[in-house]
Design a protein around this ligand. Structure first.
Ligand SMILES: [Zn+2]
Length: 210
């Protein structure tokens, strides 16, 4: 399996495209504006069909291309707590950058705490990590020792909690109970900026010490 990091959209939101050329399948994690233009050539080059779009959370910068991906016939997975953001994005229109729009996307499969998604012949464990927003989830791939955490935790930082539905104490609790409990060598792939790992953040994250 390969993990392509595809920063896209006006605030460099990381999408992650997981491809398995042997199976001829791929999974996309988050769909910022303009990511589809990067995804399609990779799918073609590696002979892969996109079988799922996993959304870490419903903020506009993570779902700008979600409707386009769905229109290509790809089922969309997300947590019910972010359903309003994803299905009626006009509710967050005031937070959009000028010139950007978000089309509504229908959630095909709701994910929840503790769920095991079987995709690409692997198990993606779902952990609910609210605080940055109500429906933020992470997707943990144990065999790859990798967690895709959305905007819950960044290298040396954490997600902002001043947007509607944000709550710092809840975020700190999510990080401590759902991320710092992963094996310390787990790679943390966040929604913005560089990768980090659980051990490094437990030891040195200035916002949420272990
Ligand atoms: Zn966000």
């Amino acid at each position: 399996m390969r993990i392509h990091v595809l920063p896209s959209g006006p605030i460099e939101t990381n999408a992650y495209l997981l491809t398995d050329a042997r199976r001829g399948e791929a999974v996309l994690i988050d769909a910022p504006h303009d990511v589809w233009a990067s995804v399609e050539p990779i799918l073609e080059a590696e002979g892969c069909r996109l079988i799922a779009l996993l959304i870490t959370h419903g903020h506009w910068d993570h779902i700008g291309d979600a409707a386009r991906v769905q229109a290509a016939g790809v089922p969309v997975y997300a947590h019910a707590a972010d359903r309003p953001l994803i299905e009626t994005p006009e509710t967050m229109a005031m937070f959009l950058l000028p010139g950007y729009e978000v089309a509504p996307t229908r959630i095909d499969h709701f994910v929840e705490q503790g769920q095991a998604l079987e995709l690409l012949g692997k198990t993606f464990e779902v952990r609910h990590v609210p605080g940055h927003c109500p429906g933020n989830v992470l997707f943990y791939l144990a065999p790859e020792a990798t967690a895709f955490v959305g905007d819950a935790l960044f290298a040396g930082s954490v997600g902002r909690t001043d947007l509607p539905g944000g709550d710092f104490n809840e975020l700190a609790r999510s990080i401590r109970t759902q991320i710092y409990t992963l094996p310390p060598d787990t790679k943390v792939l966040p929604g913005h900026g560089p990768a980090t790992d659980v051990y490094t953040e437990m030891r040195s994250n200035p916002f949420v010490p272990a």
